[in-house]
Ligand binder design. Structure first.
Ligand SMILES: NC(=O)c1ccc[n+]([C@@H]2O[C@H](COP(=O)([O-])OP(=O)(O)OC[C@H]3O[C@@H](n4cnc5c(N)ncnc54)[C@H](OP(=O)(O)O)[C@@H]3O)[C@@H](O)[C@H]2O)c1
Length: 252
């Protein structure tokens, strides 16, 4: 039994992570923007579930959440920085600066602030793992090989819109690598991974970038089964690495 913190736990991948972690007996802190509206989460009604308010865009809620957790827990084993937004899918030539700034606030500065606030508790944990949920869309490396064998998407990741999202995940990857290097001597593992193209609100919206010619086929349930294998196997030897949900390494 370990203690996990999952951000963005109200729906999609975050909610399914919470469900599967609880099902195997872990203690889960589910961080959401508005606990009163997280009806699917509250319906889980599990003894090992702790729902807290945390909006990654609002530093005061991160500070308050960290203070609450310091009182309730002596340590945290694993932080999963899952909360994220997609932003505009406009073509790069039409990308909007304010959209790019907002997406970076949520997808890059959010995980950094949450990690910084929870680091004292993570240092006291047994597993000492920080997992940042990234995307293959943040990869500047080999797109041909990693676009999931889907002709509609193959080689298209640079050409389609969503610059804010793609840049934010590339920046999150750099954050992962930098933190991993810095925290290695503390025994803390930091990884990032793509969950696959998953059927969630965000995953479904993503098909717009491909003019509806491609859509997600991976269920959240199956993605999370794979993610948990990756998380369970993560140790210092994997720190600073970028994975597909299958555990295959991804090119930066
Ligand atoms: N689905 C995919 O195919 C896919 C592929 C690659 C990577 N990812 C990544 O996987 C993660 C989860 O995606 P998803 O598909 O589950 O997306 P989703 O269905 O759109 O859910 C996003 C979650 O993030 C939360 N969130 C958004 N802004 C937040 C904020 N400021 N503070 C706290 N929570 C916030 C949402 O909370 P509210 O309910 O309050 O809005 C929601 O719980 C994201 O980091 C995403 O980039 C997803």
């Amino acid at each position: 039994m370990a203690t996990y913190v999952v951000t963005g736990a109200s729906r999609g991948i975050g909610l399914e992570l919470v469900k599967q972690l609880l099902a195997r007996g872990d203690v889960v802190v589910a961080a959401v923007r508005d606990p009163s509206k997280a009806s699917n989460l509250n319906a889980l009604n599990a003894a090992n579930l702790h729902v807290i308010k945390l909006d990654v865009e609002k530093p005061e809620t991160i500070k308050e959440a960290a203070a609450t957790l310091e009182k309730q827990f002596s340590s945290i084993d694993c932080l999963i920085n899952n909360a994220g937004v997609l932003g505009s899918l406009a073509k790069t030539s039409k990308a909007d600066a304010s959209d790019i700034a907002w997406v970076h606030k949520v997808n890059v500065l959010g995980p950094l602030a949450v990690t910084q606030a929870l680091l004292p508790l993570i240092k006291k944990g047994k597993k000492k793992l920080i997992a940042n949920i990234s995307s293959t869309l943040g990869s500047i490396g080999d797109k041909e090989q990693y676009m999931e064998n889907d002709d509609a998407r193959r080689g298209n990741a640079f050409a389609v819109g969503g610059l804010a999202y793609k840049m934010s995940k590339a920046a999150l990857n750099m954050q992962t690598m930098s933190l991993a290097a810095e925290l290695k001597d503390d025994g803390i593992t930091v990884i990032c991974y793509c969950p696959g193209w998953v059927i969630t609100d965000m995953g479904n919206s993503g098909s717009e970038a491909f003019d509806g010619k491609a859509a997600p086929t991976l269920s959240a349930e199956d993605s999370i089964k794979c993610q948990l294998k990756l998380i369970d196997s993560a140790d210092l030897s994997k720190s600073g690495k970028y994975f597909a949900h299958t555990g295959e390494p991804l090119p930066w």
